[in-house]
Design a protein around this ligand. Structure first.
Ligand code: MLT
Length: 249
């Protein structure tokens, strides 16, 4: 494959700007697409009450069709990983490689589902800025907070500018997602699972379980990084992706 298309899928409740260091840093090895999921960032399409991971994946498939892109390397972070796995389940023939960052293949627990309902309600009743203040500190490792204090403000601002209806629809959609380990088990293309040693939201065993399910998967744990490995450990993240992209058949 010469210069593959890398489709970067952002997490919750973020937008395409999450991927700025990859859009510029990986342009030499890939055509990098980093769209906003429906309702997030600059996207102004109507948002239904619930956006399932399958619905986001269908939007992305439409985008690839519009752009005339046949096969892509999917790269999803956290909720973006859930969307990547939904895409893989539906259109495996369109996937040339898979990168799952700071994510998991498990479905939500009943407690997790209840928390999603509360998040959806809070988005409307308390406001997304309240969610932003609570969530931003959980995304970064202690070391990132110390060495890159500007990242906290950056993430808080990114979350606070999202529309409540997009945040609520995504939260409810995530609560409906199924377990995807069987989908990973059927994945025939090379796969990378990347996580941060200090990711407080996705503990290491969830990444290990995905690697164990993937027939051609490899685990990369970036030291001192939290939930946002692409931002907190940009150089190591981009180097890992560059090697992976160049290794694809
Ligand atoms: C994300 O970063 O996308 C979320 O933490 C995913 C989730 O809430 O399960």
């Amino acid at each position: 494959m010469d210069r593959p298309t890398l489709l970067c899928i952002h997490g919750f409740p973020l937008d395409h700007t999450l991927w700025a260091p990859q859009v510029t840093g990986l342009a030499d090895v890939a055509r990098v697409l980093a769209p906003d999921l429906r309702g997030f960032g600059d996207d102004r399409r109507p948002v239904p009450d619930v956006m399932t991971m399958e619905a986001y994946a269908a939007d992305l498939k439409d985008l690839l069709d519009e752009q005339g892109v046949d096969r892509v390397v999917l790269c999803g972070l956290s909720m973006g990983g859930y969307v990547a796995m939904a895409f893989l389940a539906e259109w495996p023939e369109r996937v040339a490689g898979l990168v799952l960052c700071n994510t998991r293949a498990n479905a939500d627990t009943p407690e997790g589902r209840a928390a999603r309902q509360a998040t959806a309600q809070n988005a409307f009743e308390k406001g997304v800025d309240v969610i932003a203040r609570a969530m931003a500190p959980t995304l970064l490792s202690d070391r990132s907070k110390r060495t890159h204090p500007e990242l906290m403000a950056h993430m808080e601002a990114m979350i606070a500018r999202q529309r409540p209806e997009a945040v609520a629809a995504a939260a409810l959609g995530m609560s409906e997602r199924p377990d995807r380990h069987a989908v990973l088990n059927g994945c025939t293309v090379p796969a990378l699972v990347i996580t941060g040693s200090e990711d407080a939201l996705m503990p290491l065993p969830t990444s290990q379980a995905m690697v164990d399910a993937l027939p051609h998967g490899r685990l990369v744990v970036l030291p001192d990084a939290g939930h946002l490995t692409n931002l907190e450990a940009t150089d190591a993240f981009n180097d890992t992706l560059r090697v992976f992209l160049r290794s694809l058949p």
